[in-house]
Ligand binder design. Structure first.
Ligand SMILES: O=C(O)CCC(=O)C(=O)O
Ligand SMILES: [Fe+2]
Length: 371
């Protein structure tokens, strides 16, 4: 079934080497010379847009069946980058193949050679939670565990919490100097009671909702992303953190701070996205403005994400459902409204060093969705 969205289906060469440049090898920049075009190789699978702005679901496609087809995996990555998040139901993919997929999505869309799978400082094998039924421990998989979250962050990951649920909005690991391109989460166990949905919000659309004057301002400034929580957990619970190589040579140490452009160009789509917002900036700041202005901008940028439910999509999980999202251009938030146990495996791929290309365009411009 053909996808119903306005994504340009123009076919291009399916040979990745013709679009992925070798010139930038060894650097931490994207190897793409320009945005990629979806070739149409996934059109044969039933699919639909979950909302007009964000989300595509494939109700029947099994990822394990297409893992060795580079054209299809590359098209899948392009769709994830265009639609922000892609949902796949009842997947039989095992954790080894989930990791292969995580690395391939980025490699086939030009990520730097030095960017591998992320090794999370806290959520890693040292927590002793197995990633499969054979008891395997793996630093390149973050086990998303309700039990672990309740232990480390009791006041927030708790159905009786009185904190604002919107405080959970974030993009993954943006405190790293080389943050993520794609993330893949497979939920293995859903809570016995209801709940545990996840929401995603479009950074492309958040950018498009700024006036031209505010767009220009946002394009001029950088944000310091700051994550002090892991060191707090280390101190409180005596947990050991990974302070060396976390999937890219630049990702080391325990400062968990990185400066990135507030408006980021996604190399795969060529579209501008609001990137410097969400929880990772709540404890950080904007450079180039006063402290007071920084606080005001934070509130406003976050309001665009938290309060515009028409740029969000909410996903209700069944066991073995899987989501793939592009951390460069979407934010997401888990819902902690359940008392049962919930668990999943997340693989996070590292992408390019974030950049802003002044010649890139907004999503509405690219798709001709004028105001
Ligand atoms: O538990 C969830 O649904 C999402 C957790 C999360 O933020 C992630 O996997 O990156
Ligand atoms: Fe996350």
């Amino acid at each position: 079934m053909a996808p119903p969205s306005a994504v340009d289906p123009a076919p291009v060469s399916n040979n990745p080497s013709s679009v992925v440049s070798a010139v930038k090898e060894g650097s931490n920049q994207s190897r793409l010379d320009g945005p990629l075009q979806y070739s149409g190789s996934l059109d044969e699978y039933k699919q639909f847009d979950v909302t007009s702005v964000i989300g595509r679901e494939f109700p029947n496609l099994q990822l394990s069946q297409i893992l060795n087809d580079d054209t299809k995996i590359r098209d899948l990555a392009i769709l994830v980058s265009q639609r922000g998040v892609v949902f796949l139901r009842n997947q039989d993919i095992n954790i080894e193949d989930q990791k292969i997929l995580g690395q391939k999505l980025g490699e086939l869309t030009g990520k730097p050679e030095t960017s591998k799978l992320h090794r999370h400082a806290l959520s890693n094998s040292k927590r002793g939670i197995a990633v499969d039924e054979n008891g395997k421990l793996d630093d390149e998989v973050s086990v998303i565990s309700s039990e672990q979250n309740r232990k480390f962050y009791k006041d927030r990951y708790n159905s009786k919490s009185k904190k604002l649920a919107s405080l959970h909005w974030h993009a993954d690991i943006t405190f790293e100097r080389i943050p993520s391109d794609y993330a893949i989460l497979k939920i293995i166990k859903t809570p016995e009671d209801a709940g545990g949905d996840t929401l995603w919000a479009s950074g492309y659309e958040a950018y498009d909702r700024l006036s031209p004057v505010f767009q220009e301002l946002a394009e001029k400034i950088t944000a310091v992303h700051n994550q002090p929580t892991f060191v707090e957990v280390q101190k409180k619970f005596g947990e050991d953190l990974i302070d060396e190589y976390r999937g890219a040579p630049e990702n080391t140490g325990l400062d968990f701070q990185a400066e990135h452009p507030v408006v980021r160009t996604n190399p795969v789509t060529g579209w501008k996205s609001l990137f410097g917002a969400g929880g990772q900036v709540l404890k950080g700041w904007y450079n180039g403005v006063t402290e007071r202005e920084s606080e005001i901008l934070k509130k406003y940028f976050n309001q665009l994400i938290f309060e515009n439910h028409d740029l969000q999509v909410r996903f209700r999980w069944n066991e073995n459902d899987l989501a793939i999202w592009d951390n460069r251009s979407v934010f997401h938030a888990a819902t902690n409204d359940y008392d049962g146990k919930r668990q999943g495996n997340r693989v996070v791929s590292l992408g390019e060093k974030p950049y802003f290309d002044p010649s890139s365009v907004s999503r509405r411009e690219a798709l001709n969705l004028r105001d």
